[in-house]
Ligand binder design. Structure first.
Ligand code: SF4
Length: 402
């Protein structure tokens, strides 16, 4: 008897069947219209300038499509997803409405597993899952639909190589982010291999100081706990390092971290032996890079302020806001409802966790507003924000310059 396939990662060929639903849930005619006019919407003295690259990336597009296809393919089965498919509240809410259970709602992954049976279907999100989570699902024997993005798989391939060749993976990322946890688990796929996660340049300088001083292991471990592998010994395990990234980090910071650590290892081992102790490769995905470059482009075009749309827990959206906030007033908002009026806007300031309310955010008179959205933000949420900004001025779309 033919064995039923239990692991899928290439789609079900149902794309045309789900297109009407995807269009209904995420499409925006207004965004299409702005794009057709070279990213500009001009209404009287208000100009909205949309970034050249914004919103859903190829990995998110694929993951969302695959989740919709999964619902169609297995209509009678219980459907679960390990955690958020992407970091956008609207997309996740839509999946819940489609009957997908979120395992992350349980107190722990182990507790969530108790509800999963072999006949059920579990979706792995675009960020991937840890090796132990994947093994636990395989033991249950449930159907697994893996939407892990190809760019994330590329990072895993590289950290696996580091592990095979005896290098400790130094990962620029956030240790509690799903993707970084999944990557870290691949970095220790062999006995004796290790990882260390550095969040930013400040932590990179701690690594540089430790290597320069040749000592202070216990203070080092206290500083980085819990962002390293079990039994990690900095005296031993930083001798050979390979760099990797969470794909959605600020690319300029990733490059600076790579350059700084290379400088440290060059001083320590010399040019001739550098490759024996230091490896790196470019792991910022092109979609993240393109969106960050597009914000730079908007800033250079002379905007007065920037509105960045996306989930507050979306790493790549936060970084877009960070780039903009260095140069102009920038407002990271979750959706159009955050714009209460031309006077008041609720937004998440860069580096903060909580939303705050700002007043007088929209200046009177002629103004050019840059608009962008993270890789997990659907176009309809961008279109709603554009319309809301117009409403704040009592302008109507019909009054827009052709
Ligand atoms: S941001 Fe990059 S790595 Fe993440 S899902 Fe999109 S394309 Fe893939």
């Amino acid at each position: 008897m033919k064995q039923e396939t239990r692991y899928f990662r290439k789609g079900f060929g149902l794309k045309s069947g789900i297109q009407p639903e995807l269009r209904r849930d995420y499409h925006s005619a207004l965004v299409d219209r702005i794009q057709a006019r070279e990213g500009l919407l001009v209404v009287h003295d208000l100009t909205l300038r949309l970034a050249v690259e914004f919103g859903f990336c190829y990995g998110v597009d694929r993951a969302v499509e695959y989740a919709y296809e999964t619902r169609k393919k297995f209509p009678g089965r219980k459907l679960f997803i390990i955690g958020e498919i992407i970091h956008n509240p609207h997309v996740n809410r839509r999946l819940r409405e489609m009957g997908v259970g979120f395992m992350s709602d349980a107190a722990s992954f182990e507790e969530a597993l108790e509800r999963v049976r072999s006949e059920d279907v579990v979706i792995i999100p675009a960020f991937g899952a840890t090796t132990s989570e994947m093994e636990a699902l395989a033991r249950i024997g449930c159907i697994r639909v893996d939407t892990t993005c190809g760019s994330v798989l590329n990072v895993w391939k590289n950290v696996d190589r580091y592990s095979r060749e005896g290098f400790t993976s130094v990962i620029h990322g956030k240790y509690d982010h799903e993707e970084t946890k999944a990557t870290a688990s691949r970095a220790i796929s062999r006995p004796g291999s290790h990882f260390l996660i550095v969040r930013d340049m400040e932590e990179t300088e701690c690594v540089a100081r430790f290597l320069a001083n040749n000592g202070g292991a216990s203070a080092f471990l206290d500083r980085f706990r819990p962002a390293f592998s079990p039994r990690f010994d900095p005296d031993r395990d930083l001798d050979k390092i390979g760099l990797a990234n969470q794909t959605t980090m600020l690319s300029s910071e990733s490059l600076a971290i790579g350059a700084r650590l290379k400088q440290v290892y060059l001083a320590r081992y010399g040019e001739a032996d550098l490759r024996e102790h230091f490896r790196s490769f470019d792991t910022i995905c092109s979609a993240t890079q393109d969106r960050q470059d597009a914000v730079e482009g908007l800033l250079e075009s002379g905007i007065d302020l920037m509105v960045v749309i996306g989930g507050y827990n979306s790493s790549n959206t936060n970084h877009l806001a960070e780039i903009a906030a260095d140069r102009v007033p920038a407002f990271h908002i979750q959706d159009a409802l955050c714009i209460e009026s031309g006077e008041r806007i609720r937004h998440k300031p860069v580096g903060e966790q909580a939303e705050v309310t700002a007043s007088r955010w929209l200046p009177a008179g002629p103004v050019t507003i840059g608009l962008t959205a993270g890789a997990s933000t659907p176009n309809n949420k961008i279109g709603e924000v554009a319309e809301r900004i117009l409403q704040c001025r009592n302008y109507r779309l019909e009054e827009a310059c052709p």
